[in-house]
Design a protein around this ligand. Structure first.
Ligand SMILES: Nc1ncnc2c1ncn2[C@@H]1O[C@H](COP(=O)(O)OP(=O)(O)OP(=O)(O)O)[C@@H](O)[C@H]1O
Ligand SMILES: [Mg+2]
Length: 243
């Protein structure tokens, strides 16, 4: 067994649940959902961490308005808190410069960050994943025993096609799928039946929110959005699906 698996799992010993937010395509709301889910769970009284694992296009810091804060070193790296959410991102080390890493570099950076971060006691660790099932996602699967996947989709046929692929890979790897969320829902365009036919739980929907853009960068405003109200409904949906 890779000895780093032990190190990472020791770091995560105090974390009750790990949810990786993923999906087949870019720009479908994975980062927005991750950030708002983290903020909403924190507001509901849970201890929450958010880790941005999209090293090519990190955006958690933009969504949360994470300026002028940085982690501190104490037998590892302790993430700073934003509105009660412990937030970890490669951005603290790259100062907003695009990380010019080759594939192996991304791999090492993800493992490094997972191995050094001191989360302490958490109810939830939300992981904002890059699109598709690439090296970083495969590492999360390999290195994090407790992880469950939440898959974001839209009603678009193009997006659904890639979601089916992602779900198939996860099923083949026997990775727990917490549920699929349909984002940017408009009118009656529901993918619920299509998802259920794949024998995967449909968690629920988030409507298209024209006001969302104005709240980006301000956690308090984000918590007031229709998007956040939809996320809140998902969290409290029913006892069987309870997050
Ligand atoms: N329900 C929604 N209503 C309106 N706009 C939305 C909604 N969800 C996401 N958006 C917007 O869509 C854009 C893309 O969202 P986001 O960055 O979260 O996607 P992503 O899947 O993380 O993309 P990437 O794969 O590039 O990381 C953002 O501008 C975000 O504000
Ligand atoms: Mg993203």
């Amino acid at each position: 067994m890779d000895p780093r698996i032990n190190v990472i799992n020791k770091r995560l010993a105090g974390v009750k649940k790990i949810i990786a937010v993923s999906g087949g395509k870019g720009g479908i709301g994975k980062s927005t959902f991750s950030a708002v889910l983290a903020l909403t769970l924190s507001k509901a009284g849970y201890k929450v961490g958010l880790m941005d694992l999209d090293f090519w296009g990190p955006s958690g810091h933009v969504l949360l308005g994470a300026q002028g804060i940085s982690p501190v070193e104490d037998k590892g790296i302790v993430p700073p808190q934003i509105n009660g959410v412990k937030f970890m991102s490669i951005i603290y080390y790259t100062e907003d410069k695009t990380l010019a890493l080759r594939r192996a570099g991304f791999d090492q950076a993800a493992i490094e960050l997972l191995a050094v971060t001191q989360w302490g006691a958490l109810d939830y660790l939300i992981m904002d994943m890059p699109p598709g099932v690439g090296d970083v996602t495969l590492d999360v699967i390999r290195f994090m025993e407790k992880v469950k996947f939440c898959i974001i989709t839209t009603h678009s046929k193009v997006v659904m096609e890639t979601v089916k692929k992602t779900l198939n890979i996860l099923k083949q790897l026997k990775i727990p799928i917490f549920g699929v969320v349909q984002n940017m829902k408009e009118k009656n365009l529901s993918v619920e039946m299509q998802i259920k036919r794949l024998h995967v739980p449909f968690w629920g929907k988030i409507d298209f929110d024209a006001e969302l853009e104005g709240a980006i960068g301000d956690p308090k405003k984000l918590l007031e959005t229709k998007f956040s109200k939809n996320v809140n409904k998902l969290i409290h949906k029913d006892s069987r699906n309870h997050i």
